[in-house]
Design a protein around this ligand. Structure first.
Ligand code: HEC
Ligand code: HEC
Length: 202
């Protein structure tokens, strides 16, 4: 009982320690350079520009670091944007976007949601696909303290592009191959279904 108590205190400390690393107020000003593509509150209106609203700081900071390194996650636009940011900027901007609320995606194919929900909630026992919700949360909110990304409400096109990039290896910044080992067991139909389900979450 006592150990459990100590463990939960440590967890709380770790989680709030991460949440408070950046200064959201400063981040709001610094995020002006991002608004043109990602939206002022992080709810980007363009399907291939990812939403950052509600995304956790730890994940945002890691992606900026990875874009800067330009090796395991490459994107020309973001390579240029990330190069201009200090570690402090990345934390502040991350704290700002984490404090915003994500809206449901504007468009998704409702006929794909049932199949997508099955994969998201239960995985596929036969092919060994784990439930997405185990790491991305039952409602797609992610796990802030350890930087597991929020997915709920994200654009279908962006989600699909990332799943394909993990599958063909052009994105390989997932520690311990967490995502690459999963997507190789997903068919194109599975990926389309789960992407539409994710977009419908909010
Ligand atoms: C000209 C458009 C543009 C601007 C301006 C821009 N971005 Fe991006 N950003 C993108 C695109 C496109 C991607 C998707 C890259 C990919 O496909 O991997 C992206 C991806 C990201 C991601 C990864 C999101 C995820 O879910 O993994 C983060 C974090 C990010 N941008 C942060 C920023 C920040 C911070 C700024 C401002 C300093 C910024 N971006 C400015 C276009 C832009
Ligand atoms: C064991 C944990 C785990 C499971 C299970 C998991 N993921 Fe992930 N996923 C991650 C992590 C960690 C990342 C971030 C990798 C990185 O650092 O860039 C990620 C990233 C992603 C991204 C990219 C997000 C973005 O904003 O660019 C998508 C899309 C995604 N996962 C979809 C799924 C789907 C769909 C499933 C279920 C079929 C799933 N994940 C199951 C851990 C997991």
């Amino acid at each position: 009982m006592k150990n459990l108590f100590v463990a939960s205190l440590l967890f709380l400390f770790a989680a709030s320690g991460t949440a408070l690393a950046g200064n959201a107020e400063a981040g709001k000003t610094k995020s002006a350079a991002c608004a043109g593509c990602h939206g002022a509150d992080g709810n980007s209106p363009v399907p291939n520009f990812p939403k950052l609203a509600g995304q956790n700081e730890a994940y945002i900071v890691k992606q900026i670091k990875d874009f800067k390194a330009n090796s395991t996650r490459k994107n020309e636009i973001m390579f240029g944007m990330a190069a201009a940011l200090t570690d402090e900027d990345a934390k502040d901007i991350g704290a700002y976007f984490q404090a915003q609320s994500v809206a449901q995606a504007a468009t998704f194919d409702a006929s794909k949601i049932a199949a997508g929900r099955e994969i998201y909630k239960g995985g596929n026992l036969q092919t060994g696909v784990p439930a997405c919700q185990a790491c991305h949360g039952p409602a797609g909110g992610g796990v802030a303290g350890i930087g597991y990304p929020q997915l709920g409400g994200q654009h279908v096109d962006y989600i699909l592009a990332q799943l394909k990039a993990f599958k063909d290896g052009s994105r390989s910044n997932d520690n311990k191959m967490l995502m690459r080992s999963i997507v190789k067991k997903l068919s194109d139909n599975d990926m389309t279904a789960v992407a539409n389900y994710i977009a419908s979450l909010k």
